[in-house]
Design a protein around this ligand. Structure first.
Ligand code: AMP
Length: 628
């Protein structure tokens, strides 16, 4: 790398799959004195090409299987696998340290509201400050085992890589599939005796509630961050695990984490606080005149200290807008970063996160500027206006929805989706597109986001083909339950109906439980319809009797039993309508000839003894309906 001119302030693209080579590549670029730009191989080619072009990086560290997509960009590619011999022939002596505390360590791109991603420039000072803090604050040492699971494009990945190197502790690297699938992830945590893991709250909740995160015996610490940590998930975990749980808060612009809080068992707080600043970091809660607000009053969070980024790569105006002079520290040239986060100080000196002041959203930990998606939609010829919002129409299931006003032609949603897919990562592609005659406006002419209608998730044009065999029927049942749909067709696409990676993992767990068949998340991306999934299941079962693969086993009677979903629905409706019994059907019959009461009695008794459900009462146990 040094021979190729890498040194201080020189950016190097880094595009590798999660592997030992990736760790080597990261370390090598920093040792050469350069700064790395992580390029997630899972991103669409156009987005990666934009990032690499924008940085002006001349050198790319990559691997043979990924190098082809960069071929026509005219970059000098170093393939850590294919060039292994040539690399091995070079010197093994540590190079002289060329970088200083102020030299760039990495540039990470995040979503940009004007339609293109922006690069956040982090220097060694900020990185070292964070690394020293996290190792000390969490009392990490060489006996710890860490799992690398965050994609390299997110800054939370940075410390996952460097902490084990600094501590001499093992780092567990697993496949993307294992990380996306909670069953495999929980198994990996168990198998490798992982002591410290970092999870976004949405995945933390699924692992805690459905996959026994608390049963991972070696686990000492769980670090949640990236979005608000729900109190119930935190309390449920703490009630069943001796591990420590932390809520970490921080924007990429202030190097990974800026505030932190250790969660307590039985905390009676309505929200989990984001706590206090990490080492050499300052936090201010200011009003719109940049004056501090009193304790308890909401304001914008401003951050200062050693963690601050140098700014945005080649974007001086944006840098000046977000990194403002610091009037409090008294140090010449000191700056504060305006986070755009609405927070307040609590009486005990901790800070509580309340929400955003702008439209930026977090979806499963991924930072998204809806403006970036709106700008791309606005460039398409069929679209006159577009607004994108994150909706949570079902609790715990947030989805991006695009509202569009077309030009004259009708809008082809599939074409829009494909166009967005060329530049946006999967998480940023809206799950529903709603075409409106006009966008609703507030009295002063702004788009009234609250007046945007609830979309019909899963609506699609064309004929819906119903399930054609028991396997498809069972798969369709799971889809409907997960996607909250009444019906699906066997050729409908899981992701177009609102499925996302987290739901995909739950789908695969359900299919595993139903059929005993192991399907990967990748296979679902390749074959996202019920017909295709059904085929794969049949192939996997390879002639096994499907009826046997779908066992229906009787549960022991005696105890009260849960309700089926259909029963739950009726129970709910019954209470909702205040006992109006709209589902009871009354009917009268004329009987010809004399009625033999004993026979009728015996027939009814036979019916009741034959059908358990006719002998079942619904009782309430701790506020939950049960069958008795
Ligand atoms: P990123 O740059 O991707 O790390 O995203 C930073 C943004 O994520 C922050 O400005 C917050 O809006 C949000 N965020 C990060 N951590 C937390 C947390 N623990 N609680 C609430 N919001 C968070």
């Amino acid at each position: 790398l040094i021979e190729l001119g890498v040194g201080p302030e020189v950016l190097v693209g880094l595009c590798l799959e999660r592997s030992v080579a990736l760790v080597v590549g990261l370390l090598a670029i920093l040792k050469a004195g350069g700064a790395y730009v992580p390029l997630d191989p899972g991103y669409p080619g156009e987005r990666l090409a934009f990032m690499l072009e924008d940085t002006g990086a001349r050198v790319l560290v990559t691997q043979q299987s990924l190098v082809a997509q960069w071929a026509d960009l005219g970059k000098c590619a170093v393939c850590l696998d294919a060039d292994r011999r040539e690399i091995a022939a070079r010197s093994f002596v540590n190079p002289a340290r060329a970088a200083t505390a102020d030299s760039l360590a990495y540039v990470i791109y995040t979503s940009g509201s004007t339609g293109r991603p922006k690069g956040v420039m982090i220097a060694h000072r900020a990185l070292v400050n964070h690394m020293v803090w996290i190792c000390r604050a969490l009392a990490l040492d060489e006996s710890d085992v860490l799992l690398q699971k965050t994609p390299i494009s997110a800054d939370a990945a940075v410390w996952e890589f460097f902490a084990p190197l600094l501590l001499g502790a093992p780092l567990v690297l697993t496949s993307d599939d294992a990380i996306r699938d909670p069953v495999q992830l929980a198994a990996a945590l168990q198998k490798h005796g992982v002591t410290t893991v970092q999870l976004v709250p949405s995945l933390f909740r699924v692992l805690t509630h459905e996959h026994g995160l608390a049963d991972c015996a070696a686990l000492k610490r769980v670090l949640c961050g990236g979005e608000a940590l729900p109190t119930d998930a935190a309390q449920d975990f703490l009630a069943s695990s001796p591990a420590h749980l932390y809520n970490l808060y921080g924007p990429t612009e202030s190097c990974i984490d800026s505030l932190w809080w250790r969660c307590h068992r039985n905390g009676d707080r309505a929200r989990v606080p984001i706590g206090r600043p990490i080492a050499n970091t300052r936090a201010y809660v200011l009003d719109e005149h940049r004056q501090p607000v009193p304790v308890g009053v909401a304001g914008e969070l401003y951050l200062g200290g050693d963690g601050l980024a140098r700014g945005y790569w080649k974007r001086p105006e944006l840098t000046a807008e977000r990194f403002v002079p610091d009037p409090f520290s008294g140090r010449a040239g000191a700056r504060l970063y305006r986070t755009g986060d609405r927070v307040r100080y609590l009486a005990d000196g901790n800070i509580e996160y309340l929400g955003r002041l702008d439209h930026q959203v977090k979806l499963r930990g991924y930072r998204i500027e809806p403006g970036e998606i709106e700008a791309l939609l606005g460039e398409l010829p069929a679209v006159r206006e577009a607004v994108v919002v994150l909706r949570e129409d079902t609790a715990g299931d947030a989805r991006l929805v695009a509202y569009l006003v077309g030009r004259d032609q009708t809008i082809d949603v599939a074409a829009l989706r494909a166009a967005l897919g060329r530049t946006l990562p999967e998480t940023m592609i809206p799950t529903a597109f709603v075409v409106l005659a006009a966008l609703p406006l507030t009295p002063n002419g702004k788009i009234d986001r609250r007046a945007l209608p609830v979309p019909e998730y899963g609506q699609r044009a064309g004929v819906r083909v119903p399930a054609r065999n028991p396997v498809e029927e069972a798969v369709a049942g799971v889809w409907c339950e997960l996607l909250k749909l009444r019906e699906v067709g066997v050729h409908d696409n899981f992701f177009e109906l609102g499925g996302h990676s987290l739901l995909a993992m739950r789908l695969l767990s359900s299919l595993r439980a139903l059929f005993g068949v192991e399907l990967s998340v990748r296979s679902l991306f390749e074959a996202p319809t019920i017909a295709e999934v059904g085929e794969r299941i049949c192939t996997a079962l390879a002639g096994e009797d499907v009826a046997r693969a779908l066992p229906i086993t009787a549960l022991a009677r005696g105890a009260t039993l849960p309700l089926s979903f259909a029963q739950q629905r009726l129970w709910f409706l019954e209470r909702w309508t205040g006992g109006a019994a709209p589902y009871n059907i009354g009917r009268g019959y004329w009987v010809d000839g004399p009625l033999q009461v004993a026979r009728l009695q015996a027939a009814l008794a036979g019916l009741v003894s034959r059908h358990e459900t006719l002998r079942t009462a619904l009782v309430e146990v701790h506020g939950e309906p049960r069958q008795q």
